[in-house]
Each structure stands twice: as structure tokens, then as C-alpha cells.
Design a protein around this ligand. Sequence first.
Ligand SMILES: [Ca+2]
Ligand SMILES: [Ca+2]
Length: 426
Amino acid sequence: MPSTHWSPDSSSRSSAPSTSPLPWTIEPTTTTFTSTNTTLDPAEAAAAAASAFINDVLDKIPLPRWVIYSIFAVGGLLILICCLCICIKCGCRKKKKQRQKKDDKVKLIDMDGKSAAALVQSDVMDADYGSTNQEKRGKMLYSLEYKTVQSELIVGIKKADGLKAMDLGGSSDPYVKVYILPDKTKTCETKVFRHTLQPIFNEHFIFQISKSTLLNSTAVMQVFDFNRFHKHNIIGELRLQLCNVDWNHVIEEWRDLAEPAKFEEENLGEICFSMRYVPSAGKLTVVILEARNLKSMDVGGSSDPYVKVQLALDKRKWKKKKTCIKKKTLNPYYNESFVFDVSFDQIQRVNLVISVWDHDAVTRNDAIGKIFLGCDAAGNQLRHWADMLSNPRRPVAQWHSLLSSQQINSSLTLKKKIPLASKLPL
Ligand SMILES: [Ca+2]
Ligand SMILES: [Ca+2]
């Protein structure tokens, strides 16, 4: 067959230059190579071989030479840029570390200086929020005085400075709550100062307290940030053991506000309601909107809350209404409206008592918490009441933190219900 006959011959011919099975074809090439070997040193030979190899490779690429060269040039440039970038970054990191070391040294010196200065004048102008772990809450100037003859403790809230900003705009709306422990029956509050971190309160509060109980008491002054639509945040507090005070003088001093103690204040929950008064019609409308974070009163860690809305006239129980019961929840939503007939003359003598109760099918219902509003109220409650009176015909809604029933009952001692005959005392 022709194919088998021709194949060895053709293969030998085609492969002759490289494999060269025949001696007469191989001789000339070897001689030429040996002759070149004698004139070129090994390095040059290697270079020549490498260039020949590169040329060979370039020939195989189906692109014009100038395109290949420009691709190589761009690639090289890119690699060079990358190397440069890495070098610059490394250099920057080193510099940053060195700078940080220097800064740390300076900070240490600063803090030493500051702590010494704080003892003398406690300058808050240079307070650096980032440099210390302890949160800066600001400081407060207060005064303490005890009048032995009258058994009166006078707590003065003068001013505060450098208060911590609690609101988004970088400010706070501070006010101060003052009470004496352990007998926390009376809680006083200053006015709210809007959008300031250095309020000047200049208010005094008098507590009736005997000298013997005074020495076992603690005065608590808490600075809060007022918020109309959510819970008031505590900025900081001062707790002064009154046994440590020299009562021969009036004390007046600045103190740094501390982190508030968490153990004492029992969280009973918060309630949101709106009030609206229409003087011409003599109608007071109270809308119980919702409550949240109520204290759990039942075994399962829940409560069955309902809200009592009560009116007292001249400190006598007058009218009462209540919402429906919301089963097994600590965040009930009511949106229930109650309308009371209260004449313009009566509104000045009225107290509105709002209490949240836990319903129990078998045992007695328990009070979760309580608050009262009216002209006799204080602080947040008085503010809400005043807002309602100064905005007639407009509903004013606000959140309130619930207080213990005992605390409210002791500050608002309501007499028996008004008898039917004198139900409209005018
Ligand atoms: Ca605020
Ligand atoms: Ca219950």
C-alpha cells in the first residue's frame, strides 16, 4: 500500500534538520556551531540563544511587533506603579505609628495635668470626650444648708456646666430632680432649660427633716434631659451622704456628675396620653394612647394592664373612668378617649390621676404605677398640664414615667369622694 511505503521516507526528510538521522546532513551544522563557539564566550552565547528564543516566541504571536512591544511597556509600567504604591503605603504606616506614639506620650502628660487642675478649678472647657474612658457628664454647682430650729434642709441647685449632649443637635434640655433617701416621699424638680449644656437653675428646695434622720440620709440630685416624645434620659447625678457634711456652714461647691446608680430606681414603665381642654365647652378630653415596659406582675413575666383615669376636685375624689383590660402584655395599646365635664373655674382646682393596674381574675388587682397632673403637680407632669392649658382646643400628647402608688398617694392625699349633693361645687 502506498501510504505505508511512503511514510518512513517522508518523516525522515521532514525531520532531517532537527533529529538528523543521516550523518551527511548533520556534519555542516555541527561544524558551524563549533566555529562560533570558539569566538563567543559562554555569556554572549546564552544571550544570543535567549534572544533567538524570544524572537522565536514573538514570531509565534499573531500580532505585529509594535503591538507586542507596547503591551509589554504598559504591563511594565503598571507593575512599576503598583510597586511604588506599596512602598508609599508602607512608609505612611510607619510614620503614623511614630506619630501615635508621640500623641500617646502627650495625652499622658495632659491627663496628669488635668487631674491636678480638676482639684483646683475643674475646668471643663478642655474636656476631651475621646481621650478618657470615663464618660464626661458635666458638673453641677449646688448648695446645702440645714436650719436646725425649723428642721429644714435647703438644697440649692445653682447651675451646671459642660453637660453631656443627649439630643441629636449636640445639645440637651436639662432639668434637675432632687430627693432625699431613704424616705423618698418628696421629689422636687427645677424648670427645664431648652437647648443648653450650661443651664443656670438658681432654684432652692426645702425638705422637712429632723437632725437625727438627716445624718442617715442621702441627698440625690439627678440631671435629666427633657424629651417631649420619648423617655427623659438621665445625664448624671450627685449622691451626697449627709452624715459627711459640716452643717456649721452653708456648703456651696462644684462636683462632677457621676453615672447614675441603677439599683434604686424601680422601672414601673411609661405611659403616653394626650389631654385637650376646651374652655368654652368646659370639656376635658383624655386619650390614653399606650404604655410600654410595664412592670410584670404575674407569674409568667407578664401583666394584664388597664388604665384608670381619675379626676379629683379640691383634693376630693370626683370622677373615674377606665380602659379595657389588655391581656398578657407589657406594652399595651389602648387609644381610648374619655371626656369629662370640667368648667373653666374647676380646671384650676382639678387633679388628673392616671394609674396603671394589673387585672387578676382571682386575687385583687395590683397597681403597677401612678402619676398625677394638675396645678399641684411638679416637674414633667406640671409641664404637660400647663402645655394643655396654654394650648386650648389642641390635644397635647406626652410620655410619662410611672411612679409608685405609695409615692403619689403620699404627695397627693385625696379625701373621700365628693358627696352627690355637692357634686358641682361652684
Ligand atoms: Ca432632649
Ligand atoms: Ca394579672
